[in-house]
Each structure stands twice: as C-alpha cells, then as structure tokens.
Design a protein. Structure first.
Length: 164
C-alpha cells in the first residue's frame, strides 16, 4: 500500500480495500483498485492549484498587467507625439494657405482697382464726349436762339419803322 501524500484529503485505503473484498473482490483486485484510486487522487491533486500555484499565477498576472500598462503608456505617448506633430503640420499648412489666400486677395484687389480706374477713365472720357456734344448742341441752339431774337428784333424794328 502507498501512503497518503501531505495535503491530500483523508482517504482510508485499508477500509476501502476491506470493503472491496467484502463485496466479492479478491485481495489482489482490491489492492489494485485501491492503488488506482490513490493514483487518480494524486493526479487530481497534482493538477489542482495550491496556494503557491495561485500566488505564482497572481504574480504572473500582475507582471502581465504591469507590462500591458507600460505598453499602453508607450502607445499613448507615441500617439500623443504623432498628434502633436500632425497638429504642428496642420497649423503650418493653415498658415501657408492663409498667406496664399491673402496674396490672391491682394492680387485680385489690385486687378479690380486697375479695372475700376480704367472704367473711371472710360466714364470720364464718355462724360467729356457727352459734354462736348452738349456744348456743341447748346452752342447751335444758342446761335439759333440769338439769330431768332435778332430776327425778331429786326422784324420788330421794321414794323415800328413802317408804322412811323
């Protein structure tokens, strides 16, 4: 018979063997069955976690958690660095785009000012042309009016001379 290992649940192998013999097993069969039963119990005990096993697993889990935290912290720091870099790049692009737009706006403004000045010149020339036409027309009307007044005066004088 084998002895019971420390920490195993109490199992009376002699009582177990005697009960098997009482129920018709031979002594050799009862001993073999008891040994098999003890072997199964020992294997189960070997597979069962004890306090040390649990402590080792606990420490391994703590280390895994610590490693994961460190990896996450590195990943977060890496992402934060990427975010800062991307933000700086985007700010630079915004500044460059703003400068480009300001240059285009300034150029367009200057082009519009030139066009406006040209239109002003064209309008002034048109006004001068219209004024010249008006002056000529006024001049003609003035001459015609003076001629008519002179003709009327002459006619009036002729009528007065005729009457006298």
């Amino acid at each position: 018979m084998k002895t019971i290992p420390l920490g195993a649940p109490a199992f009376d192998t002699l009582e177990y063997k005697d009960r098997l013999e009482e129920n018709g097993f031979t002594e050799q069969q009862a001993i073999t069955l008891t040994e098999v039963h003890m072997s199964v119990a020992n294997n189960l005990e070997k597979r069962a976690a004890n306090k040390t096993d649990i402590e080792i697993s606990k420490n391994e889990l703590k280390q895994d958690i610590s490693d994961t935290k460190a990896e996450l912290k590195q990943d977060i720091n890496h992402l934060a660095d990427e975010l800062r870099t991307t933000t700086a790049e985007l700010r630079q692009e915004i500044i460059e785009t703003k400068k480009g737009l300001e240059l285009k706006i300034h150029k367009t403004k200057n082009e519009l000012e030139v066009k406006i000045d040209n239109l002003r010149g064209d309008i002034k020339a048109d006004i001068i042309g219209i004024e010249a036409v008006l002056y000529k027309t006024l001049h003609k009307h003035f001459i015609i009016t003076i001629g008519a007044v002179l003709a009327c005066n002459t006619l009036l004088l002729a009528v007065i001379s005729y009457i006298n």
